[in-house]
Design a protein around this ligand. Structure first.
Ligand code: HEM
Length: 140
């Protein structure tokens, strides 16, 4: 991830914090509409799942320069994802839904530069999770 990408993420973190619940609720709507096969993965999810994802995204954005702070949160995500059988193929679906939601929610404030930065940052985080989950599946 380049410094420029990190700077854009940091600059947009406050807007994201303000609207994070809206962004994730829209994200789930888009995800389930466009990729109905993901619905079953969330069958045991509680109503606060959008909040958990929203908080994780905000924590990520505000710690983009010190990712070691996210260690504990990442462990929890990996454990829950493995329990619910999340696979690498699901990540691009969430990426599409999340980016579409950010664009819809932020409107004109989501320039193509902002969109690209968030896409890159999402992929970076997704790759960390995918690698850790792969390891956990191998151990299981
Ligand atoms: C970078 C991407 C992602 C982030 C930051 C993220 C974040 C989280 C967080 C914070 C939790 C709650 C963990 C806990 O407190 O136990 C969670 C759970 C979960 N995530 Fe993800 N996640 C991501 C990608 C995905 C993908 C791609 C899927 C599949 C479409 C997915 C499906 C789920 C499911 C099914 C749960 C458990 C819901 C439940 O039963 O309570 N996540 N995720």
């Amino acid at each position: 991830m380049t410094e420029n990408t990190k700077n854009i993420i940091k600059a947009t973190a406050p807007v994201l914090k303000e609207r994070k619940d809206e962004i994730t609720e829209t994200m789930y709507k888009i995800l389930f509409e466009k990729y109905p096969e993901t619905k079953v993965l969330f069958k045991d999810a509680t109503d606060d799942q959008p909040k958990k994802l929203a908080n994780a995204i905000y924590a990520y954005a505000s710690n983009i320069d010190q990712l070691q702070n996210l260690q504990k949160g990442l462990e929890t995500m990996v454990a829950t994802h493995v329990k619910t059988n999340i696979q690498a193929k699901h990540y691009p679906m969430v990426q599409d839904a999340l980016l579409t939601s950010i664009k819809q929610t932020l409107g004109d404030a989501c320039t193509s530069e902002v969109e690209e930065a968030w896409s890159t940052a999402y992929e970076f985080l997704a790759n960390i999770l995918i690698a850790k989950e792969k390891e956990a599946y191998l151990k299981a």
